[in-house]
Design a protein. Sequence first.
Length: 401
Amino acid sequence: MPKKIEHCSLNMKELLVGMKDTSELMLDLAYSAVIYDDEDIAEEVLRLEEKVDTLEYHMKITAMQAARSIDDAHQLSGVLKAASAAENIANAAGDIANIVRLKMGIPPVLKADIREAEETVTRVTIEPDSPIIGKTLGELKLETETGMGVIAIRQGSSWIYDPELDTSVLAGDILFARGHDEGLPLFTELVTGKPFVKRELKPSRTIDDLEKAVDIVIEMKNKSELSVGLAYSAVLFYNKEIADEVRILEEEMDQMKYDLQHWVLESAKYMDDVDQLRGLLHLANASEYISDAAYEIADIVLREIELHPIFMMAVRESDEVISMINVFDCSPIVNKTLGELELSTETGMYIMAVKRGSRWIYRPSARTRIIGDDVLIARGSHEGEAQLLEMTACPVELKNT
């Protein structure tokens, strides 16, 4: 029998923040479950899926109570559309977790490639000799020191999601962290006190046959995550150009799914265990579903739906913030490449896009050079945002009076 839904005291902004943060956390945990074949993590993802379903129910009730006029209804319709998209992202995370629960096969090369994707997740067990035991996350400043942020801590059979800065690290804790792949060695060495050793994958005779399919799946993962970040950016800054890019990405994802289906069918004849291909297809379908949800969010701007200010407040107050930063000619980052700046590991902020005049550069590479009057669209923590603003600010020249 379904559980009775109890009264909720949260307001609309708190509900929206909860849906956004929980759905994004679920994606990270779902990929962790796939990488490490961990059924316990997969079960937690499905438990969180129920939480998001409940939050959306309360969101609908609260919106109906808040609508006092037709103008209110128009504004709140956009908020409900974004909430529905967040639930769809949560459902996609549940689908990814089911790859583990239903024991669908995943080629080992895919697990290795997920670890090296643009944004990756990692799991580290805190041994008794770890140098960070007894320290709080606030003291460690992992996100700004390494570019990897702790998204969850497992303590025995208990979980701490979105741990606070005053959360202490204990021996035996299992930390789950997310961030740019460049920060993985730094994070691992800092929390373990030992040199980072990259895992080497021993290829099998089927790897060459699956290589193309795996490449497509990883690209779909990267693009789906970019789509979500750009979609929230489009709505936060009410920018049609960014929203239109989300639409283009969604169309590209459709084509990539068709390409994957072709390559998987081509590879099947070389596979001893075709169940591995089920996992590939399932993961690709989930990624495509995420890009569809991102397009739902961007569609608010494309349809020129007037959005209630509460949405902007919720995005700014969520665990991951989105920033638009103007780079002036006097900024110390001008004429430097993103690779030289190492913004992701120095600040924990991920640069999703650069606007240069009337042109947009999405997913800028390490070779992208910053010039004056560029506009950066970045996402990351509140602390990372402050550091990025400090790095990009023009120096203050003290004059003798």
